[in-house]
Design a protein around this ligand. Structure first.
Ligand SMILES: NC(=O)c1ccc[n+]([C@@H]2O[C@H](COP(=O)([O-])OP(=O)(O)OC[C@H]3O[C@@H](n4cnc5c(N)ncnc54)[C@H](OP(=O)(O)O)[C@@H]3O)[C@@H](O)[C@H]2O)c1
Length: 351
């Protein structure tokens, strides 16, 4: 089966659902033969989303012992979940138990690569952020890739945008406050009624976001001084990050704006409010998502000599793009950027 370009996704939650849809919609451009996915629990209230994914071209796979229940709900599963794993070339685990599942994957002969989107527990594989540490991936050696969390993507893109000249780091230190939305639109639990401060529980880095971003740069041989704090805020809209970068050369506010304007990956905006950016994504994005890696409100940028302070809105699609990029890398190691060009219609210069 190893010659088939079959991609199998496990989990249909907050991360799995949009990823399965994205892979199915763009499977030709990404060079994928088949997209299959495992849904664990047969649930009537999730029937519509599963059938929508099937209509978009993905194939439902379920465990043998719940197959009849899925059929009773009106689904037509194709493969058994274990069979789907065995026939896949790339497996993407979008469940909270990805790290624990790794021992099972280690013994599997079929798949060429495994990807985890779990951002919390480290240890699944090499931490990866598309357009940051692609050069650290080694064909034939890296069989396990762990996509960094969404906030870590933002931190890394901010550092690369303002704190690097080309591939050379000019960063002295980076400090970040991740103002995290309490829940996604797809979640109905755990809303917080007021800002809730999260503990600094990661030694040396403050919170896990800076640790992940620093570890990604470490795969490129760079030791960056990054430190983050996090607070949950009562909104379902985009995460917002505040940053303060100390660099070894001056950068004017005009130069910082110019970098945001000229970047291929980043969108700038004169909007100041996440709700306006979110509304733009709903009306002009891909199923409500922007594929620009960061949205920089230019009015929030302020430089004094070699220190830059600013904000960004996080478009909530970076972990999806990196998961797709890692998938393409396993299938076509030299064609990641070229095949991701299919997403360009949903990347914007200005929002
Ligand atoms: N990299 C990132 O940026 C990022 C962002 C958000 C989340 N995450 C991480 O990604 C993981 C998933 O998050 P989520 O928000 O998508 O979770 P979620 O919405 O709770 O969904 C979890 C999904 O996993 C399925 N599942 C759980 N255990 C399973 C198992 N043993 N076998 C098969 N399916 C199983 C569930 O299936 P049923 O509902 O059918 O039972 C559900 O579809 C978490 O570890 C989270 O920390 C990463």
């Amino acid at each position: 089966m190893a010659s088939n370009r079959i991609v199998h996704v496990i989990g249909t939650g907050n991360v799995g659902e949009p990823l399965i849809g994205l892979l199915a919609d763009f499977r030709e451009a990404f060079g994928i033969d088949e997209v299959t996915f495992t849904k664990r629990s047969p649930l009537a209230y999730e029937r519509a989303k599963v059938e929508s994914l099937v209509r978009r071209g993905a194939q439902l796979c379920v465990d043998r012992d719940v197959r009849e229940e899925f059929i009773r709900l009106g689904h037509s599963p194709t493969y058994d979940a274990q069979e789907a794993l065995d026939r896949a070339r790339v497996v993407i685990d979008c469940t909270p138990s990805a790290s624990r599942n790794k021992s099972q994957y280690l013994n599997m002969k079929g798949p060429a690569g495994f990807i985890a989107t779990g951002g919390v527990e480290l240890g699944f594989g090499k931490l990866y952020i598309n357009e940051i540490n692609d050069s650290s991936l080694v064909p034939g050696e890296d069989r396990f890739i762990q996509v960094a969390s969404g906030n870590a993507h933002s931190l890394a893109y901010i550092v690369k945008l303002f704190g690097f000249d080309g591939d050379t780091s000019r960063l002295g230190s980076g400090r970040f406050v991740c103002m995290r939305r309490t829940s996604d639109f797809s979640q109905e639990r755990n809303f917080v009624p007021s800002p809730k401060v999260l503990p600094h529980d990661v030694e040396g880095f403050g919170t896990r976001q800076a640790r992940e971003a620093a570890y990604v740069f470490k795969t490129m041989g760079l030791g960056l001084d990054l430190r983050s704090s996090a607070v949950q805020v009562p909104t379902q809209l985009m995460h917002t990050i505040w940053y303060s970068l100390e660099m070894d050369r001056p950068l004017s506010t005009e130069q910082a704006i110019e970098r945001a304007v000229e970047s291929r990956l980043v969108a700038y905006t004169d909007k100041q409010s996440a709700t306006l950016v979110f509304a733009f994504a709903r009306d002009h994005g891909y199923h409500g998502r922007l594929f620009s890696r960061l949205i920089i409100p230019t009015l929030g940028l302020s430089c004094r000599e070699s220190r830059l302070d600013g904000f960004c809105f996080e478009p909530q699609s970076n972990e999806l793009i990196s998961s797709v990029a890692a998938t393409i890398w396993f299938l076509y190691p030299n064609q990641v950027r070229q095949r991701l060009e299919a997403l360009a219609p949903f990347m914007f210069d200005e929002v």
